[in-house]
Design a protein around this ligand. Structure first.
Ligand SMILES: Nc1ncnc2c1ncn2[C@@H]1O[C@H](COP(=O)(O)OP(=O)(O)OP(=O)(O)O)[C@@H](O)[C@H]1O
Ligand SMILES: [Mg+2]
Length: 234
């Protein structure tokens, strides 16, 4: 049984159906990437998983159904969602943001704050600064570190490279890969920066107008001619 199992997922916004009978899996500790053009339904897929929109079909996490559960319940069951466009509390300091990420935990929050400061030294240097004054890359690191503060089994990342310079993006993906190896945190990453995401992913899905049109090992998807033309630019 995979950690996350999705079967026949449909969902959208009011009368507008965006997702059409989607099937997708993320194994324990696996990094999976979802590629797709603007408007394909990538963000909507992540929102359906984390309970932010109503969805129909089967979604299970470790065998427990999470369809129709509130975002708080889904988070407590072990899913952390780092939304597109970051989503930090801009009026709070870096450290306050991290502490909030661990609010549902019983203990070990201070240790984990220190852990993420060690992983992201830039955040430690700016621990008392308001999150809203961080650079784009720093805010992205903060959003990810905050997500990890809940010690999730599954981390949902919505375009983590959005707005970041190429070198910072590269660095970010290396850190994500290291976190995955050290902690075994499974990750479902939605990305348009396909090359870097595919390089750290084990498997990939291609989403087009709310349906999966292709999937397989990341290395195979990377070789696919249509995928290369559409998402890799060569
Ligand atoms: N809150 C909303 N209300 C109504 N329609 C929405 C809403 N959010 C997204 N949509 C529509 O749902 C479809 C899928 O959007 P979604 O945000 O999932 O795409 P995406 O693949 O994440 O695109 P992008 O790469 O631009 O982030 C689009 O047609 C979009 O216009
Ligand atoms: Mg999106």
């Amino acid at each position: 049984m995979a950690l996350l199992e999705i079967e026949g997922l449909t969902g959208g916004y009011g009368p507008v159906q965006v997702l059409h009978e989607l099937d997708l899996e993320v194994g324990d500790g696996e990094v999976v990437v979802v590629l797709g053009a603007n408007g394909a339904g990538k963000t909507t897929t992540l929102r359906a998983i984390s309970g932010m929109i109503s969805a129909k079909g089967r979604i299970t996490l470790g065998g427990t159904s999470i369809v129709g559960k509130s975002p708080e319940r889904v988070a407590r069951l072990g899913v952390a969602h780092v939304p597109q466009g970051r989503g930090t509390f801009t009026d709070l300091t870096v450290e306050e943001n991290l502490r909030l990420g661990g609010y549902a935990r019983k203990g070990g929050v201070a240790e984990d704050v220190q852990r993420w400061f060690t992983t992201f030294p830039r955040l430690e240097e700016r621990r008392t600064q308001q999150a809203g004054n961080l650079s784009g890359g720093e805010q992205q690191m903060l959003a990810i570190a905050r997500g990890l503060m809940s010690r999730p089994r599954l981390l949902l990342l919505d375009e983590p490279s959005l707005g970041l310079a190429p070198l910072i993006t590269q660095d970010l993906f290396q850190r994500l890969s290291a976190i995955n190896e050290e902690m075994g945190t499974a990750m479902l990453i939605v990305e348009q920066n396909a090359n870097l995401a595919l390089a750290i992913a084990k498997r990939a899905y291609v989403l087009e107008t709310g349906s999966i049109i292709s999937s397989g090992p990341a290395s195979e998807v990377q070789q696919d001619d249509a995928v290369r033309k559409a998402y890799l630019g060569y």
